[in-house]
Design a protein around this ligand. Structure first.
Ligand code: FE
Length: 278
């Protein structure tokens, strides 16, 4: 067995626009859903131009999966049909389980300055796709952190690293979501079950995993060849590390609905159009 996972493939995101005209980079696209099962999508957003984000995401539905929004900088107001409302800002996380369905809006509460962060979609198992919706905001102070002897700061959003548990744990997909800040010339190693599909996405600096460099704004898919990964950085670097246990179930997506069969997608559309999702 290898001592560390390596980079199997480098991915460059695709510039796109979503919601009412929000500029973002889609890093994990439909083509990677099977390889990165249980993850369905990763969008990275980052701009200091309000025209790129001000319109936000007006009312839209979701069914069949979970959305995890990590706001590095900025302020976004969330409202949904289940009566939840919250403000997501600097360093905070919003975790939403859409389950059988929510209709929600995500609207910036800033007219200037930087908005930067990520939205990740995590699949639900077939047995739980129609569960009760659930939602929780975690302000930045609620996110557990630790610093290694090498000076690497790790924020644990989900799962466990170095014995520190994140704010969310999930039985079925066992998600691991870390925000890792490596000072120049530091190394970080963390445990990752070998069967978990995993990737890193670098948002500052550049990281090295084995022989491969992962530059800023690149995703590196990690090989499933070891129970840990070792990451080094020659300059100040920040990245997210995401891993999860694959569901190995059929994936059928139609926009904001992700189910197991086309019939279930048709049902979702029918429920949405007939007001049975709110
Ligand atoms: Fe949404």
């Amino acid at each position: 067995m290898d001592s560390s996972r390596s980079i199997e493939r480098l991915i460059t995101g695709v510039a796109t626009s979503d919601g009412a005209g929000v500029t973002l980079t889609r890093v994990l696209t439909g083509k990677l859903q099977r390889r990165l099962d249980p993850y369905l999508m990763l969008d990275a957003f980052g701009s200091d131009d309000p025209d790129d984000y001000i319109a936000g995401f007006p009312d839209h539905p979701h069914r069949g999966f979970e959305t995890i929004t990590y706001m590095l900088a900025g302020r976004m107001r969330h409202r949904d049909s289940a009566g939840h409302e919250g403000l997501l800002e600097n360093g905070g996380v919003q975790w939403m389980t859409a389950g059988r369905g929510v209709i929600h809006s995500e609207i910036p509460e800033q007219e200037a300055g930087v908005m930067e962060g990520f939205q990740l979609w995590l699949n639900l198992p077939a047995s739980h796709k129609l569960c009760e919706p659930w939602y929780q905001d975690f302000p930045t102070a609620a996110i557990p952190e630790f610093t290694t002897a090498a000076g690497v700061l790790v924020r644990v959003i989900a799962g466990v690293s170095h014995g520190i548990a994140g704010v969310v744990q999930r039985d079925f997909t066992e998600p691991v979501y870390l925000d890792v800040h490596l000072p120049a010339n530091s190394t970080f190693t963390t445990e990752l079950p070998m069967t978990h599909n995993a990737f890193i996405y670098v948002y500052r600096g550049a990281a090295q995993v084995g022989e491969t460099q992962v530059d800023k704004q690149r995703m590196g898919i990690l090989s499933n060849t070891a129970d840990s990964v070792t990451i080094t950085a020659s300059e100040d670097t920040r990245l997210i590390l995401v891993a999860g246990k694959p569901l190995n179930e059929p994936i059928v997506q139609y926009g904001p609905f992700v189910m197991n069969t086309q019939a279930e997608i048709n049902q979702a559309l029918d429920d949405f159009r007939n007001g049975r999702m709110a």
